[in-house]
Design a protein around this ligand. Structure first.
Ligand code: GLU
Ligand code: ZN
Length: 328
């Protein structure tokens, strides 16, 4: 039996909790994405919540063939179970179009070229807010984040579950794109439409998405006030440390981080939990190994132990180099 420590736990069932893991299939599951999966799963289970999986296959040019199925297989092999049908963003384009139409009073076309925006240091300066791009020019659509000062103020600060009080980073905050020049809806729009649609209450993910939270919160407030979804509350956010490569850059599918090996699921899950400040006790691992249980059963029991013993205060705030996995 997994070890459990239920004493002194508040009645967590009283707070509704729907969490999610939302990988983009730009590659297979690597150690960095496993950390997000483990953290979001354990936080949800520790709070007797639901945990959903959403495949963010919104950007075909950046996707790898077969990656969606491979991610799902890896999740299964590592002992994860989810509480509803998997949502695929590629099947939700009508919902993004509806949201885009609802936002028509708050967005404007922008035909600025990449070079101009990078010369601003990445933060868009609102250049196209008050002008109409010439007919026939290629345009992206941006949200005017200055239009509703109250929404802006509400999205500016929040308390991160793991990192504490957060303040809008003025270096990045600016009017953001919800429809790209190549006509694809942006990640920012889709993520918020789907978090609203799925009733997500808790967003646990990597710190690389911390800055996006401000835009997403702004959009969330804008969309929920437009659609008059009564009582809609912003989700709670928790950003986990990133697993870095030896070059100190975050492991990512774009930089071809090695996919995790499903045959080593037990050691992968153990390594992810260690990284998150929750090393499974040696006695548990030895008992599982001696019991000759199947790898999947061992993963399930390790995740159950972690959910029972989950303590948000133990999650490191700083990113660090990923451990060497057995064959990564
Ligand atoms: N699809 C995003 C990614 O893989 C994550 C989205 C999110 O968790 O908000 O980086
Ligand atoms: Zn512009």
């Amino acid at each position: 039996m997994p070890m459990s420590n239920n004493k002194d736990k508040p009645n967590k069932a009283t707070t509704p909790y729907i969490g999610r893991f939302a990988p983009s299939p730009s590659g297979r599951l690597h150690f960095g994405s496993l950390i997000s999966a483990v953290a979001s799963f354990c936080d949800a289970r520790a709070h007797l919540g639901k945990w959903l999986v959403r495949i963010e296959d919104l950007d075909p040019p950046r996707e790898e063939a077969g990656a969606s199925d491979a991610i799902i297989q890896s999740l299964e092999a590592h002992g994860f179970t989810w509480d509803d049908k998997i949502v695929y963003q590629s099947q939700r384009l009508d919902a993004y179009q509806d949201a885009f139409d609802q936002l028509s009073d708050s967005i404007y076309p922008c035909n600025c070229i990449r070079q101009r925006i990078s010369s601003l240091g990445g933060r868009y300066d609102g250049h196209c807010r008050d002008q109409t791009p010439p007919n026939g020019s290629t345009i992206a659509w941006r949200v005017n984040t200055c239009q509703h000062p109250n929404l802006r103020a509400d999205s500016e600060t929040f308390t991160d579950i793991f990192l504490g009080q957060q303040q809008l980073n003025l270096d990045v905050a600016g009017d953001f794109i919800i429809k790209r020049k190549d006509t694809l809806f942006s990640y920012q729009l889709a993520v918020v439409v789907d978090d609203l649609f799925q009733g997500i209450t808790h967003i646990i993910r990597g710190q690389d998405l911390l800055d996006s939270s401000y835009w997403q919160r702004y959009l969330y407030l804008l969309l929920s006030s437009n659609t008059a979804v009564s009582g809609t509350q912003l989700p709670v956010y928790g950003h986990t440390p990133l697993a870095l490569g030896s070059d100190l850059h975050k492991l990512s599918k774009q930089t071809k981080a090695a996919p995790i090996n499903n045959d080593l699921a037990v050691s992968n899950i153990t390594a992810a939990l260690r990284f998150l400040g929750h090393p499974p006790p040696k006695t548990l691992l030895m008992t599982l190994a001696k019991g000759h249980k199947k790898s999947l059963q061992q993963c399930t029991e390790i995740l159950a132990w972690a959910s029972d013993n989950w303590d948000r205060a133990l999650i490191p705030k700083k990113s660090s180099v990923a451990p060497a996995l057995a064959d990564a």
